[in-house]
Ligand binder design. Structure first.
Ligand SMILES: CC(C)(COP(=O)(O)OP(=O)(O)OC[C@H]1O[C@@H](n2cnc3c(N)ncnc32)[C@H](O)[C@@H]1OP(=O)(O)O)[C@@H](O)C(=O)NCCC(=O)NCCS
Length: 184
């Protein structure tokens, strides 16, 4: 996949280390929007750190593990998605997502995540796709539900972030449910 078209103006590509400067700039501009939910948005504060973080994903991908993608609209990096985990042995994968504030409300993440699920399930034999979020993240929960996911349960205080131990809701979509939905 060099680029996957999401809309007439937006596309998704692997967020390679070569995009470290763009991604570092994206984080810098949108830190306040991302940091309440995403630890890396606080941790990554310069280009070398960002490059090293993307390199870890590149190395993980080379081992058939996690993956990270960027979303560009009108040639500007406006968001991204990742397989935080991608485990072919247990046939499970977890999706994470983010967008710049102005890029919200267009269905970009729904389209990108749908493509990721299709690839993971139909091409790679993944049986269970997970989505984890804190209970207060209404936009993220709406995404999981829009993708047809079901709430499995809550991992109590599983996410230490910004000085608090947050509960984590775990949503999932199973391969059989995905096939029954008939989406692509
Ligand atoms: C979570 C986040 C990515 C969701 O973004 P989003 O824009 O709501 O999600 P999508 O791109 O799927 O767009 C869905 C929205 O577009 C609308 N939409 C328009 N066209 C659409 C289409 N063709 N398909 C789906 N939705 C569409 C939907 O109605 C929805 O808007 P609404 O919430 O006002 O009803 C975003 O809020 C974000 O980056 N938050 C900060 C980071 C974060 O919390 N990440 C998740 C951590 S668990």
């Amino acid at each position: 996949m060099l680029a996957y078209s999401l809309t007439d103006t937006a596309e998704m590509r692997v967020l390679e280390p070569a995009y470290a400067a763009q991604f570092a700039d994206f984080i810098e501009r949108h830190r306040a929007h991302l940091a309440p939910w995403l630890p890396w948005a606080t941790a990554l504060t310069d280009e070398p750190q960002t490059r090293a973080w993307l390199q870890r994903y590149a190395d993980d991908t080379a081992r058939d593990g996690g993956r990270i993608y960027g979303i560009w609209q009108h040639r500007e990096l406006v968001g991204g998605t990742l397989f935080r985990t991608f485990d072919t042995r247990f046939r499970t994968a977890e999706i994470g997502v983010w967008l710049a504030p102005d890029a919200q409300g267009q269905g970009l993440i729904t389209r990108a995540a749908t493509r990721m699920i299709a690839w993971a399930v139909d091409e790679r034999g993944i049986n269970r796709v997970e989505w984890r979020t804190v209970p207060g993240n209404a936009a993220s929960i709406a995404c999981a539900k829009r993708l047809g996911m079901t709430l499995d349960g809550v991992l109590r205080e599983a996410f230490p972030h910004q000085g608090e131990n947050h509960d984590v809701q775990v949503y999932s979509l199973l391969a059989a449910e995905w096939r029954a939905m008939g989406r692509r």
